[in-house]
Unconditional design. Structure first.
Length: 287
């Protein structure tokens, strides 16, 4: 007989395998390089990362934050569930002449000691770990008391939050216990996850302006080609041409409604920037 614990562990491994495959599909390194590079500078500056800091980038992807942090002279570890993304990060680090340690790691079970890092960051990364509280607990655990925490997340109301809302009716139901990624972009929700273990909290909603698409359909086709979550949704409905056509129309309309450009498609993608300090009198563990 299989124990309930064993069954849960097997289910979690299967879920993480699907997540890894999703992010390895398409060409996320291309998207990260073409659309998101400025977020690394934003988070490094907001956290005051400097030479001598021991830094962990959680769910680092191709290392937009990690490589930027390494340029300051910090000692940086980039961790991610999907090591297929590291090749692009290593190439960028080599091109910029900086050292980054790349570690395959689940954000919900980080292989690092309590309080190992001076600064723990995640940009558009930890929000995609399915079990938000576990991921938040790990984020705080590996940060030393008095250390700094910085997170960038897409907001539910912003463009990417609306993208996920648009895709949701076409996607398979989420597994039990999994939470929608954009919830991390709500101030109250994120602060509740981190609990009373942090102080000196600052939150700010900002926008990333994306102007690389010539028309709304260009945005849709780009995401269908390179973005793992969008690829996964289309894969789920591949045998239903009417639903594929409906989603095609909805994604193009999403970009059309948000477009503020003249002659090309210009869209502001809202995100939440959160920084905090881990309290010095807090021991590792849950809230």
């Amino acid at each position: 007989m299989t124990s309930s614990t064993g069954t849960a562990a097997d289910a979690d491994r299967a879920l993480k395998a699907r997540h890894r495959a999703m992010w390895a599909s398409g060409d996320y390194p291309r998207l990260a390089a073409e659309l998101l590079p400025e977020l690394g500078e934003v988070l490094v500056r907001a956290c005051g990362i400097r030479r001598g800091d021991r830094v962990l980038d959680v769910a680092a992807g191709t290392g937009n934050v990690a490589v930027t942090a390494a340029r300051t002279g910090a000692s940086v570890v980039a961790s991610d569930l999907t090591p297929e993304l590291f090749e692009a990060g290593r190439a960028r680090a080599a091109a910029e002449g900086v050292e980054v340690e790349w570690r395959e790691a689940d954000a919900e079970a980080l292989p690092f000691a309590d309080g190992e890092f001076d600064v723990v960051v995640s940009a558009i990364g930890i929000m995609f770990a399915p079990h938000h509280q576990q991921a938040a607990d790990e984020l705080v655990r590996v940060c030393r008391p008095g250390g700094r925490i910085g997170i960038i997340s897409w907001t539910p109301e912003g463009f990417i939050g609306r993208l996920f809302a648009t895709m949701k009716p076409y996607a398979p139901p989420p597994p039990p216990g999994a939470s929608p990624p954009p919830k991390w972009g709500s101030e109250d929700y994120a602060l509740d996850l981190l609990g009373r273990r942090i102080t000196d909290v600052a939150t700010e909603r900002r926008v990333l302006t994306v102007d690389r698409f010539d028309r709304p359909e260009g945005f849709r086709d780009y995401f269908k080609e390179v973005y793992g979550p969008t690829i996964a949704v289309y894969k789920a409905i591949a045998d239903e041409p009417e639903r594929v056509a409906a989603l095609d129309a909805e994604l193009a309309e999403l970009a059309r409604r948000a477009d503020r450009g003249q002659g090309s498609t210009v869209v502001d993608w809202e995100y939440l920037l959160l920084t905090a300090t881990r309290k010095r009198d807090q021991v590792p563990g849950p809230r």
